[in-house]
Design a protein around this ligand. Structure first.
Ligand code: NAP
Length: 288
């Protein structure tokens, strides 16, 4: 078997078309503010991609760049200003923040209706309550969008999510188990006795571990659907730049799976597209 490619780029392009239509019906131009602290090169690339997406869709973006030695209080003040600005609909703090900052307490300060990352406790809590009409974290929301786009039947299926982070694994598991998706979900983490055995029983595997190519073909039931969330930089002497991007899933899994998302070009573009979607939703909600 050779897996069909679960094409995140194509799914994101479809979603963007639908967003353009919604944006044209908004009374105001959606406006997203991105705060970036410090000079982590990968974070700057991510922010540039988000700003490019905004430009493509006609979403206004404000980019707030602060030096690495900015204090927690200064970032808090910046968030407060953005909360108070009625012309602005979404606020995002680019992760990671410098180590002297407490990312969680800063997220808590964002007005939940402007929390387009969906990381505020109010927004994460709403998922537990089954209220899925608000800000849902972009990566797991993007995975759900991709599965639906590919017409994957989830109801009654066994799904395994590898990883239990608050931003990916845990909300992913809740979304798969939520009413309407209706999968039966197992969460695998670093203390799971036999991750391979859990995965072998699954119809759907979502890997969000941060360990390059950990999921190999002997972990996957023939015909299973595999979504690779991982983005890892691995050394590669054959590349001019000396590294390549690798997922959490080994490429050989395509010999076993029926559907497999690539890295890059899978969940990555969907995460950015869902950020745009949350920004449009925030605008719609604030201007109802
Ligand atoms: P994270 O916060 O580091 O969480 C990793 C999770 O994997 C933890 O729950 C951890 O378990 C679990 N884990 C670690 N080693 C394991 C093992 N050997 N067996 C089973 N579980 C194990 O990472 P994250 O933020 O969720 O991100 C996960 C991956 O997704 C990373 O590669 C990240 O770069 C990528 N990512 C991609 C996107 C995208 O847009 N495509 C967005 C976000 C993240 P414990 O809880 O027990 O420690």
């Amino acid at each position: 078997m050779t897996a069909i490619r679960l094409d995140g780029k194509a799914c994101a392009a479809d979603l963007e078309e639908r967003l353009k239509d919604r944006i044209s019906k908004c009374n105001v131009q959606p406006h997203l503010a991105v705060i970036i602290v410090g000079d982590d090169p990968a974070s700057h690339v991510y922010v540039r991609n988000k700003i490019k997406s905004c430009e493509r869709l006609g979403i206004k973006s404000t980019h707030i760049e602060l030096p690495a030695d900015t204090s927690q209080e200064e970032v808090a003040k910046e968030i407060q200003n953005l909360n108070d600005d009625d012309t602005l609909h979404g606020i995002l703090i680019q992760s990671p923040l410098p180590s002297h900052m407490d990312e969680g307490s800063l997220t808590d300060l964002i007005d939940p209706s402007k929390d387009v990352d969906g990381f505020h406790p109010v927004n994460l809590g709403r998922i537990v309550q089954g209220r899925l009409d608000g800000m849902i974290p972009c990566t797991p929301a993007g995975v759900m969008e991709m599965l639906r786009w590919a017409k994957v039947e989830m109801s009654g299926k066994k799904a395994v999510v590898i990883g239990r982070s608050f931003n990916v694994g845990m909300p992913q598991a809740l979304l798969l188990a939520s009413k309407g998706a209706d999968a039966t979900v197992t969460i695998v983490h670093s203390r799971t006795n036999d991750a391979k055995e859990e995965c072998l029983a699954a119809d759907i595997v979502i890997a969000a571990v941060g360990r390059p190519e950990m999921v190999t073909k002997d972990w996957i039931k023939p015909g299973a659907i595999v979504v690779d969330v991982g983005i890892n930089r691995v050394e590669d002497v054959n590349q001019e730049r000396g590294w390549r991007l690798a997922g959490d899933v080994h490429p050989e899994v395509k010999e076993m799976a029926s559907l497999l998302s690539p890295v890059p070009g899978g969940v990555g573009p969907m995460t950015v597209a869902m950020l745009m979607s949350n920004t449009v939703l925030a605008t719609e909600i604030q201007h109802q």
